[in-house]
Ligand binder design. Structure first.
Ligand SMILES: NC(=O)c1ccc[n+]([C@@H]2O[C@H](COP(=O)([O-])OP(=O)(O)OC[C@H]3O[C@@H](n4cnc5c(N)ncnc54)[C@H](OP(=O)(O)O)[C@@H]3O)[C@@H](O)[C@H]2O)c1
Length: 348
């Protein structure tokens, strides 16, 4: 039997934990505080939404510290936000059996950073296409019929990828890929552009793309991130659209084909309120350092200019600190701050 610990019983962790226990997969759960462990032990977990209603009681749930006294785990599925993941990773490594696996499922650079910190023999990379929200602690809503994608950061398939997929299968849909990093970047390219710009502008993509500043920031943000991905040797996978825009010449070139490509992205994401904007509204720290901040950091390391991603990361930090507010004017400021050239003629 594989001993599995799920750490972080928020939207994703709670949803996965409920589906796993319902499928008869024995899992242990870890919360941040003893108080929330006690509350969840009393309330159990309840899930609604896509995939049907489910609930779990008689949970084995405690803090990470409490698990130090007991048996170790074969697999730890890490479902906290990015900052917490980096902070608690060394403690989690101590809870693994020899040969055990840590599976982070955050967006962006988290898996890579954890592998740099703990070694890639411990860290397997995961990516969630599953969407979920937490209504209140213990009560979750599954928002789509998504899946977890897992794979080796170094690429290719391995026995441990197969084993981890087998251990989790039945609860939620698990898919494996030999190019996990390509999928991570496919999502990162859209998070960097669609989501972050919407958060900074305080608007949906469909709204900010009606302004020339919005179109320009989108083009440059995406182009920089794609240039970093390609220069780092990654082959981004297709997600909604081909990752390389039509007519790409080291940067996007205005054309009808390019506009169709943008419209395809808009058809899927154009009306979604950016999750980072919700973080601003709730005064929560964002994951910007693992999204645009990571693109800027990696760009610097490998010599690819990322002025717009860098300026955006600064603006997001300023919004987090209450020094400025999200709004369409931020996009003009950020083009000025980045000294960005203006290439596009505004679309109608
Ligand atoms: N939700 C989605 O649909 C979705 C989709 C794709 C990717 N993701 C990514 O998945 C990650 C998790 O997202 P989420 O929406 O599930 O976040 P969330 O609802 O905020 O859940 C995170 C959970 O981690 C807990 N936590 C924090 N520090 C901890 C610690 N030291 N030990 C144990 N638990 C700890 C939090 O507890 P406290 O509240 O007590 O701090 C919270 O319950 C994020 O990186 C997100 O970007 C989410």
């Amino acid at each position: 039997m594989t001993r599995i610990l799920i750490v972080g019983i928020g939207a994703l962790g709670g949803t996965i934990a409920t589906r796993a226990t319902n499928a008869g997969i024995p899992v242990w759960l870890a919360t941040r505080t003893p108080e929330s462990a006690k509350a969840l032990r009393a309330s159990g977990l309840r899930l609604t939404g896509i995939g049907g209603a489910a609930s779990s009681s008689a949970l084995q749930i405690a803090t990470i510290d409490d698990y130090r006294q007991g048996d170790k785990f074969d697999l730890i599925l890490l479902a906290t936000k990015a900052h917490a993941a980096l902070k608690i990773a060394p403690q989690l490594a101590d809870l693994l059996m020899p040969g055990g696996t840590l599976l982070p499922i955050q967006n962006g650079s988290v898996s890579q950073m954890l592998a740099d910190q703990l070694g890639d023999s411990i860290v397997l990379a995961g990516l969630s296409n599953l969407g979920a929200t937490m209504v209140e602690p213990g009560v979750y809503e599954q928002r789509n019929a998504g899946h977890l994608l897992i794979g080796e950061l170094a690429g290719g398939l391995s026995d441990r990828v197969t084993k981890v997929a087998e251990a989790l299968r039945g609860g939620i849909e698990i898919r494996v890929t030999p190019n996990l990093l390509g999928s991570v970047w496919a999502k990162l390219l859209l998070n960097c552009s669609v989501t972050t710009i919407g958060a900074v502008a305080g608007q949906t993509m469909r709204h900010y793309m009606t302004s020339s500043a919005g179109q320009e920031v989108f083009r440059q943000m995406y182009d920089e991130a794609l240039s970093v991905a390609l220069a780092s040797g990654t082959r981004p996978e297709r997600m909604v659209v081909e990752p390389i825009p039509p007519g790409w010449k080291g940067k996007s070139v205005p054309s009808d084909e390019y506009n169709v490509w943008v419209d395809q992205i808009m058809a899927t994401y154009g009306d979604i309120k950016p999750s980072m904007l919700q973080d601003f509204e709730r005064c929560r720290v964002t994951e910007i350092d693992f999204i645009n901040g990571y693109v800027a950091q990696l760009g610097k390391k490998i010599g690819v200019p990322t002025t717009v991603n860098e300026a955006t990361t600064d603006i997001v930090h300023r919004i987090e600190q209450g020094l400025t507010q999200p709004g369409p004017k931020r996009l003009d400021e950020l083009l000025r701050a980045a000294g960005a050239e203006r290439l596009f003629v505004p679309r109608d």
